[in-house]
Write a protein that binds this ligand. Structure first.
Ligand code: ADP
Ligand code: MG
Length: 232
């Protein structure tokens, strides 16, 4: 394990503000000073009405977008201090993303999709492949390794997506309404799986969801309202 993996705080947002359209007339202040600390092994859910800025916040936590003001630190290092290439590397190494729509590559099989974050880094070894297979087994898809996304159910695709998010051993998984497209029972079993993986692997999870029952399964649940996070 790298020395980075030892720190207790994985991601920290300090006074994060995000505004759109600052140069025009339709200025929107989406985030107005968000403070959030994600500790190692912790699960945090975020609920909020549509348009409240949940996706914006997750993108900023994951370095996909930059804050207008304030800062996000990953293992104590602020994104603002990194070059674009360093942000990409940090993202690839420390953070896994899961979206509402699986974002799997349609022409690649389940195992190829899971290995994609490692392929992006360079050559995929036999060991990497074993790891991908073992993750797909862990999510109950050992019999679906060579299936294309189109040959999988919605719940199975999301399980491939979580295996892909975990293949790099990230410190934190950021999940943006990962069950938004699933029926109630698939949603619940998917979230049970995610929380089991969290217990086994100690990977922190930030879950954005509309579903208050699923949100309550996390260690800590927050409400994003009027650009600020509140306990709920
Ligand atoms: P949520 O995920 O909670 O539904 P979003 O983070 O997607 O909300 O969006 C929050 C607000 O920011 C919305 O009002 C949306 O219209 C606005 N917004 C998001 N992205 C952009 C953008 N690139 N340019 C302008 N406004 C945006
Ligand atoms: Mg959203």
């Amino acid at each position: 394990m790298s020395e980075m993996g030892e720190s207790r705080t994985v991601i920290q947002a300090r006074g994060v503000e995000k505004s759109y359209g600052l140069d025009g007339v339709n200025t929107v202040h989406v985030l107005r000073g968000v403070d959030l600390t994600i500790s190692r092994g912790e699960t945090v859910s975020i609920v909020g009405s549509s348009g409240s800025g949940k996706s914006t916040l997750l993108h900023i936590l994951g370095g996909l977008d930059l804050a207008t003001k304030g800062d996000v630190l990953v293992h104590g290092v602020p994104f603002a201090s990194m070059r674009e290439s360093q942000i990409c590397e940090m993202r690839n190494r420390e953070i896994g993303f899961v979206y509402q729509f699986h974002h799997l590559l349609v022409e690649f099989t389940a195992i190829e999709n899971v290995l994609m974050p490692l392929m992006i880094r360079g050559k995929v070894t036999e060991e990497d492949r074993d790891k991908g297979v073992s993750l797909l087994s862990r999510v109950g898809l050992e019999h679906r390794l060579d299936h294309l996304p189109s040959e999988l159910s919605g719940g199975e695709r999301q399980r491939v997506a979580i295996a892909r998010a975990l293949v790099t051993d990230p410190s934190c998984v950021l999940a943006d309404e990962p069950t938004g497209n699933l029926d109630k029972s698939s949603a619940k079993s998917f979230m049970n799986l995610v929380f089991d993986l969290n217990k086994d692997l100690k990977t922190s999870v930030v879950l954005v969801t509309h579903d208050h029952e699923l949100a309550n399964m996390a260690h800590r649940s927050l409400l994003l309202d009027d650009g600020l996070l509140h306990d709920r």
